[in-house]
Design a protein around this ligand. Sequence first.
Ligand code: HEC
Ligand code: HEC
Ligand code: HEC
Ligand code: HEC
Ligand code: HEC
Length: 478
Amino acid sequence: MTEKSDRQTENRNEPHTKGPWSHIIRGMWRSPLGLMGVTITTISATLLVIGMMVDLLGFFNNPYAGFFTYLILPGLMLTGLAMIPVAAFLRRRKWFKHGISREHLTLNLSDHTHRRWVVGFLVLTVINLCIFAMVAYEGYHFSDSAYFCGQVCHQVMEPEYTVYQRSPHARVVCVECHIGPGADWFVRAKISGLRQVVAIFTNSYSRPIPAPVEHLRPARDTCETCHWPEKFHGKKVKSFKRFTNSNQSKPEVTEIALHIGGRNPETDAFEGIHWHVSKNVKVQYLAEDEKRTKIARVKVTRPDGKEEEFVKSDLAEIKEDQGHHWRTMDCIDCHNRPTHVYQMPDERVDFGLLSRRINPDIPGMREDSLAVLTYQYATRKEAEARMVDALIALQTKRDPAMAKQHEADIKKGGDFLLEAYLGNVWPEMNIHWGTYKMHLGHQYADDGYGCWRCHDEEHVNAEGKTITQDCALCHDSP
Ligand code: HEC
Ligand code: HEC
Ligand code: HEC
Ligand code: HEC
Ligand code: HEC
């Protein structure tokens, strides 16, 4: 008898539990790899269940705990689970070498030991699947929460998250605008999310994150889940209050009534500012630059199907090509800052004076406030360390007696300014005052932002008609 068949007979004589299957299954635990797999799976599954319970009971509110529970632990659990069959497989090869033949490796369901193993395996699999389904569900919600988007990649998202929290949309989760409904955009978002995670780990993300966001979902799919042009109407009065360095106490007030427009319920026609996004009207434009600040051509398709093109003569050579694409105007072309609303230094200082958090009775406060607010600090820490003292120093230079007398007020003003700075400037991300500007209106027209990109009397159609800058088109004259 050869050594091989010798072993086989030996095997046959052993009790059932020692059959080749049980050898193999036991072998999983016995090999170091299998043992590691079992340990990792058990520990991570236990932690996972605990983590999920704590989360569901609302005990933790820490993004890293969520990150750990819904991303790291399931990953570990899967790795551990995968190690077990791999270990068994490696062992199996070893047994083949030592003579276990393939015929022994058939499952025999009438054998009660085999049945026990199969049932055990199925039960464990069902338990694992349940855990994974729960993880996937909870993880999906967690990865869609504003908390996750804004906090997990803290350094990168801190600016957008901070300004978002004080905006009218602070209760709208990021994904409502950034992903919107539907599975295809969900998948796209998760893929680009993975790319972003890679960019963070390789430290290769852009600082600042560029605006406009090139592949943002067309806003009409997202914004219009809550707002729609049929529902806008009438006028909206806005008032702007401004001070000057020479007049810190009485604001200059400008009031305008904006022609919001939308569907006029009496005439059924679309009009006013929201005409651009109304039914059956399409406004497209071709911009020279990625920032969409220099608009070369504007094409209008009217409800009757007529097309009209307005061309800016000094950009007339820009045509649709590799680098230039027609873009259909949507909400974002005006509301580019619906929620990531960055403020401007003069706006903050004037608000401080108005609310008397900066004492307007101290001479030179507006000028000095603007000076310390717009100084180029290298880091936020440096601003925290220096801003208040810098304001006191400037005031002391101006009038030592006055500064001494009002020291407490100057400090209070300094604290307000520091808060304004920390809410808008992140030197580490290259975000300074005015890095992100809005298109609503024409305050930043000189930098190429706002309505006057098109409404500049310089875009001319075939009949010589321009896109008008007539003040009364958009609002009652100030
Ligand atoms: C009300 C809709 C809305 C919500 C809610 C929203 N965003 Fe945005 N976000 C936008 C729009 C619109 C832009 C594109 C701005 C542009 O193209 O100029 C944008 C741009 C960004 C940018 C690019 C940088 C910038 O400021 O332009 C980042 C990063 C970002 N969002 C992150 C977030 C995070 C994180 C959240 C949740 C905490 C969030 N967003 C919530 C609408 C939204
Ligand atoms: C999930 C619902 C939701 C989505 C999506 C949404 N909004 Fe809003 N939006 C609101 C609510 C609610 C308010 C009113 C907030 C308030 O008055 O406090 C609001 C207010 C506004 C306002 C008025 C702000 C102000 O200063 O009074 C504008 C403009 C606006 N949204 C534009 C947008 C744009 C543009 C988008 C798409 C990028 C968008 N919204 C997406 C719910 C939404
Ligand atoms: C042509 C530019 C433009 C476009 C395009 C545009 N808006 Fe507006 N929208 C404005 C202006 C300007 C205001 C008034 C600004 C203000 O309140 O400071 C406004 C106001 C609003 C308001 C507040 C209305 C109120 O009565 O307070 C909402 C909500 C809004 N827009 C949503 C949208 C949505 C959603 C879209 C896309 C379907 C859109 N807008 C497209 C320019 C535009
Ligand atoms: C991409 C180019 C573009 C931008 C940006 C733009 N518009 Fe227009 N707008 C047009 C065109 C084109 C017309 C139609 C002109 C015509 O009919 O002669 C128009 C028409 C209008 C009308 C008249 C609508 C009607 O028929 O009742 C108003 C009001 C208006 N725009 C307001 C604004 C405001 C406010 C902004 C900025 C928040 C703005 N537009 C930004 C291209 C633009
Ligand atoms: C294409 C539309 C449009 C035209 C044309 C237009 N405006 Fe405006 N204007 C706006 C919008 C929109 C705002 C509101 C901006 C905001 O909400 O911050 C605004 C705001 C203002 C403000 C208040 C903001 C501030 O900084 O004080 C003044 C003043 C003003 N416009 C003056 C004018 C004058 C003067 C003209 C004529 C030469 C004119 N506008 C033409 C759309 C227009």
